[in-house]
Write a protein that binds this ligand. Structure first.
Ligand code: TXA
Ligand code: MG
Length: 332
């Protein structure tokens, strides 16, 4: 076995916390069955205990160890056959063996099967279910490379595995399949339509108004993923700003503007302070670059980031969700 995989596995078995790559974002993992190990995650992140964690498993055969998946066996089989391993988390009734600290006292648990070879090797080697939130300080932008983890909580963790840049870049879709009609609790790369097709039944999609109302699920906070730099959003394609930029400002477009020079001139902006998430507007590329771009600009000493909102369709719903939460701190 790879030495770093075996070192991570030993650390986890001994009650330690390690940083592991997933296909979505980097995770801060601990043995979910060890209360003291899980407590370390909350302390390192500064995360409130009422924000439950996701349990990571090697494959669907592990579900019976930790959940009452049999109560929803048809839905579970359809989703896991179609999407696992992959960026979708399902809510299931938990078994007694899962400590309350993982689920914040709820009788359900969120379970996901990550699609990154390093994470999977650690799951296989340790044979432990791993509780793992994103490896960022609570409320801050999620990390999609090890460099981003090192820039924030890295000095608090001994073992960190480098799996390159995360392929998806946004946290997993969360779907509650214990409801009469399955419901999206957090939008992600796997969209409601795709889940609905696989299940052969209706799925209640996530609505962005959750941001302006109170959260309807634990841990879904109005403010999250926040930059330190003031972040102001503007409508897709509008080139108009509802609040005046303050101080040194950058503009962040979804896609490289075709007429960059003219746009810079019209906006009276230096060209070098105009950035974009993707060259051609490919939404998967935008998702992949979202958090790394925000973190890069956040550490570049600007006073304001003016950021365009995406088209709200497909994965754009998840991108928009993260941006709205990131900007919520600066609205009003
Ligand atoms: O892609 C991902 O899911 C990443 C990687 C590391 O796997 N993990 C992740 O974890 O995003 P975290 O801790 O940042 O988000 C977990 C969220 C909670 O904030 C909450 O909204 C939801 O999962 N959650 C957990 N348990 C739940 C439960 N029993 N019922 C409803 N929502 C739950
Ligand atoms: Mg997170």
């Amino acid at each position: 076995m790879d030495t770093e995989v075996s070192a991570a596995s030993q650390e986890l078995k001994g009650g330690g916390v390690v940083v592991l790559p997933t296909e979505t974002v980097y995770g801060l993992a601990a043995n979910a069955l060890d209360v003291e190990a899980v407590r370390k995650i909350f302390i390192i992140k500064g995360r409130p205990l009422n924000n439950p964690l996701i349990l990571h498993v090697l494959d669907s055969s592990w579900l019976k160890r930790y959940t009452h998946a049999e109560k929803y066996s048809t839905r579970v089989a359809k989703i896991t056959d179609a999407f696992w391993p992959g960026p979708i988390t399902i809510i299931l009734p938990k078994k007694e063996i899962i400590p309350n600290i993982v689920t914040s006292g709820f009788d359900t648990v969120a379970v996901r099967c990550p699609d990154h070879s390093l994470f999977r090797e650690v799951l296989r080697a340790s044979d432990l279910p791993l509780a793992a939130p994103s490896a960022n300080p609570f409320g801050y932008v999620s990390p999609t490379s090890l460099r981003q983890v090192k820039a924030t909580i890295g000095n608090k963790i001994k073992i960190m595995l480098d799996g390159g840049e995360c392929a998806v870049g946004l946290e997993s879709t969360i779907v509650d399949i214990t409801c009469p009609i399955p419901k999206i609790l957090r939008p992600g790369a796997i969209i409601a339509d795709a889940i609905s097709k696989v299940l052969g039944e209706n799925v209640i999609d996530y609505h962005t108004q959750i941001v302006s109302k109170s959260p309807n699920t634990p841990g879904q906070l109005k403010q999250h993923y926040c930059t330190n730099t003031r972040l102001i959003l503007f409508e897709y394609g509008h080139r108009k700003f509802s609040q005046n930029p303050v101080g040194r400002t950058v503009i962040l477009f979804m896609q490289k503007p075709k007429n960059l020079r003219r746009i810079a001139k019209n906006l009276q902006f230096p060209i070098e302070e105009i950035f974009w998430f993707s060259d051609d507007g490919n939404p998967n590329v935008i998702a992949k670059n979202l958090f790394s771009m925000l973190q890069q600009l956040d550490s570049a000493q600007y006073d304001t980031i003016l950021c365009e909102r995406p088209l709200r369709e497909g994965i754009g719903i998840a991108i928009d969700d993260r941006l709205l939460r990131a900007a919520a701190k600066f609205n009003g």
